[in-house]
Design a protein around this ligand. Sequence first.
Ligand code: NIG
Ligand code: FE
Length: 421
Amino acid sequence: MSASVSIPPAPGEEGWDILFTDARLATMVPNGTPYGALEGMALAVKDGHIAWLGPMADLPNQSARRLVPLEGRWVTPGLVDCHTHLVHGGDRAAEFELRLTGASYEEIARAGGGIASTVAATRAADEQALLASAGPRLEALLSEGVTTVEIKSGYGLSLDEEAKMLRVARRLAADYPVTVRTTFLGAHALPPEFEDDRPGYVQAVIDMLPAIARSGLADAVDAFCEKIAFTPEETARIFEAAQALGLPVKLHADQLSDLGGAALAARFKALSADHLEYTSEEGVAAMAAAGTVAVILPGAFYVLRETQLPPIEAFRRHGVPMALATDCNPGSAPLTSPLLAMNMACTLFRMTPEEALAGFTRNGALALGLGASHGTLEVGKAADLAVWEVERPGELAYRLGFNPLLYAIRDGRARELPMAA
Ligand code: NIG
Ligand code: FE
């Protein structure tokens, strides 16, 4: 990377904050070209937004406080990891070993391990401890170009404990250069105090919702609809209550069996339905009609050694946007690498590298309701960019365990910049 040149704005002229020149842009705007690619481009940033982009030849004569010659390097939108359980206490390495000797995720969950053990560890941790343990996981995501992350609660399972998790998620947004969207996942599992009272806990979750909505701590509401978690009927009751409070919904759906979760999510015009390995053609069609995004989570599929593939071809045929995410969590996906998730989506699910990158940019933003402001390189959108040392964007999904990120910019600001922002 060559040194940057600073051009002070002319007197009385506002000027741009940063001007990137000679860039190759994977805009991810569908324009008939793979990756929405545009070569020989300049991109200008002003007040945290993309102020101008176009061919070098059309560059207006406008000053910029910082000039960054990219010498043909590729720029993508900053990555959006739209499904994580980043904030949690403890780890489940022992469970990993148990599973290697034959115990299934479901058996472990039914025996009181699994999510319940993370609930105990999360309840035992104070906010400072949760913040300290989530920090390195978030750093790992940022180091691969993530500029927006969704963080779920779901290991507290009482109003106070769920709010504690969500406050930590908001704190991460204040402490790190990342946009955070939070999701209330009270309906993740039964807490020990409701072990024998499912209806009681479903009602308790519904009763938590008004306070969660008032607090402003949650941007959406999620549930785990599965045989080992909540039924479609219970999920529907929770969603009705969420919608009455104006909170959008998302759903962990059809991960281990087909309970009609995708169609249920669609009925509530959910932002997304996530996992979806067992989703039927009808479920896919319902999602298409509702505009519900499919969030594909290859990390959990890989870790749980699942064999049922999500219906990728059906999503394509029905035009359902596919997002991709790490699902970073201590049980089914201790994964903090979006690049590895992209590789897994291609290798395991036969998604294309372009679909994988769209999954972590344009469609990830859609899954969070941020499609108008994030996820593509377009004038007016947030200046969230990732600059990569690759020859072509497909390389992002190709390597395993290699990180070609040069740097990321979020809202027009970089942390560590070769150009010393
Ligand atoms: O997305 N499916 C439910 N929730 C998580 C797993 C949580 C855990 O095992 O701790 C998931 O896979
Ligand atoms: Fe999840």
